[in-house]
Design a protein around this ligand. Structure first.
Ligand SMILES: Nc1nc2c(ncn2[C@@H]2O[C@H](COP(=O)(O)OP(=O)(O)OP(=O)(O)O)[C@@H](O)[C@H]2O)c(=O)[nH]1
Ligand SMILES: [Mg+2]
Length: 449
């Protein structure tokens, strides 16, 4: 934190402008020593200054230099940004110069890490910065900006305050039993309050699955025997010839992935090798991969052939996917119906020759995931595994308290679980943290941010 750090903050390539950013005590002095127009140590804060970057006598580039003194900056340290002409040669030359003059090359995410460590943003907000940079869709962008404006942090802080209130009241009861103004924390009182906290946490978790969908999309796998038309369905959904289609069983050997968008949500389509017993080594590897995908995908579309009777393999697959979120698509309904299915199964029929049933298939996905109801105005969603795990942990502790209340366990013994929930939510927003963990978290950021 003592070093002055520097990095190229724009993406490195050909472009009109690039920005080299410095943060730290020496930021202004360092840039001043390679700037020829005026004394940057004397300029007002938050000003843009025209001049040339020089290396001894040689002019390197004509630039605009933003000088921002602490504390009203992103990192709460002095920040200088050099706007130079874009392109690899000029930008790297200027970066080399500031490093020669005393700056250290920043690690990925180090600017944001400093913003967090100096108390300018919470950990959730910091994570949103990287989400924002990585956003490719409008919904992802909105999710990230809602994290950045502190909305989610505030929701968590409010829940923490409720827990802290309870802890404080219990402590007062224990330490000052004679104090009459204090709220008497009874089992019933505690039960009511803890139940409310439980509901808050549950709501966060149920919203989290929506956050995940917005961020990473839904993994949808096409599974089935060879030749039933999985690749044809992939192509029809995408409206392009992405996968090879032939009438030879075992055409698809490897996983084929493609993206489509439904109601603004990314659908990661996965076409797989047809599942059957085979002695062909390459095909067998593909079949094994298909079986793994059944377990890892969010949604399985099991494809059956309308023109054939059910085989043992079909039956096994039908059984297997019942335990997963699934849709059964009976393909080739342009041909004579030979398949006989249990009426209880919920199926969609169609074919890829006349493009029949494919809109129904899309509609079904929209319904299953409520994609038409995702409300981006109020997106306070937990958006990664770290966040979800901590909220789950807090919920576990809170649920334990409710069980202990039923067992009539003395109030002062319940406090430990309240504290545990409080701590977990503290780690979530970064109020308490381990340095190593923070280091790891910020390493995922891009350079210069
Ligand atoms: N009549 C008819 N034929 C279809 C339909 N869909 C696919 N086919 C044909 O069925 C054959 C197999 O199609 P694919 O899409 O390659 O089948 P697959 O399930 O990907 O097969 P593997 O990759 O071997 O597992 C091809 O000859 C397609 O033209 C359909 O809806 N109706
Ligand atoms: Mg195929």
């Amino acid at each position: 934190m003592e070093d002055t750090i520097a990095a190229i903050s724009t993406s490195l390539g050909v472009g009109a402008i690039s920005i080299i950013r410095l943060s730290g005590k020496e930021a202004i002095n360092i840039v001043n020593s390679i700037f020829n127009q005026k004394d940057l140590t004397k300029v007002k804060t938050h000003t843009i200054n025209y001049g040339f970057i020089i290396d001894n006598e040689e002019e390197i580039d004509e630039v605009l230099v933003s000088v921002m003194r602490k504390p009203k900056t992103f990192t709460m340290e002095d920040i200088v940004e050099i706007n130079c002409h874009g392109g690899i040669a000029t930008t790297t030359k200027i970066l080399e110069l500031v490093i020669d003059h005393g700056a250290r090359l920043a690690e990925p995410g180090e600017f944001t890490k400093r913003a967090f460590l100096n108390g300018r943003i919470s950990l959730l907000e910091a994570e949103s910065v990287s989400d924002l940079i990585e956003s490719v869709s409008e919904k992802q962008r909105k999710l990230a900006i809602n994290g950045l404006n502190g909305r989610l942090t505030n929701v968590i802080k409010k829940i923490r305050d409720k827990i802290l209130d309870l802890i404080a009241n219990i402590e007062v009861n224990i330490d000052y039993p004679e104090y009459e103004d204090a709220i008497e924390v009874t089992h019933n009182y505690l039960k009511e309050k803890v139940n409310k906290i439980k509901k808050d946490l549950e709501l966060l978790l149920s919203n989290a699955s929506v956050g995940k969908i917005i961020k990473s999309g839904i993994d949808v796998a096409l599974i089935g025997r060879p030749n039933v038309g999985k690749s044809s369905i992939l192509n029809a959904l995408l409206n392009e010839d992405k996968a090879i289609v032939t009438d030879i069983s075992g055409t698809t050997r490897d996983i084929i992935e493609a993206k489509m968008v439904l109601n603004g949500i990314t659908i990661n389509l996965i076409d797989t090798a047809g599942i059957r017993e085979t002695s062909d080594i390459v095909e067998k590897i593909g079949v094994d991969k298909s079986k793994q995908i059944i377990n890892s995908a969010d949604l399985i579309i099991l494809v059956l052939n309308n023109n054939e009777e059910l085989t043992e393999e079909d039956k096994e697959l039908i059984n297997e996917v019942q335990e997963k979120t699934n849709i059964i698509f009976v393909n080739k309904n342009d041909l004579k119906t030979k398949i006989k299915l249990d009426n209880k199964l919920n199926v969609i029929k169609g074919n890829t020759k006349e493009l029949n049933g494919l809109e129904d298939l899309k509609q079904k996905i929209i319904e299953m995931y409520n994609l038409d109801k995702i409300n981006e105005k109020d997106l306070t969603y937990l958006s990664n595994v770290r966040q979800i795990t901590l909220v789950k942990g807090a919920l576990e502790s809170i649920t334990k308290i409710l069980k202990d209340i039923e067992k009539n366990i003395p109030i002062d013994m319940l406090e430990i679980n309240l504290r545990d929930a409080f701590d977990k939510l503290g780690i979530l927003i970064g109020e308490t943290y381990e340095y190593e963990l923070i280091d790891k978290l910020f390493k995922n950021f891009c350079l210069g941010k």
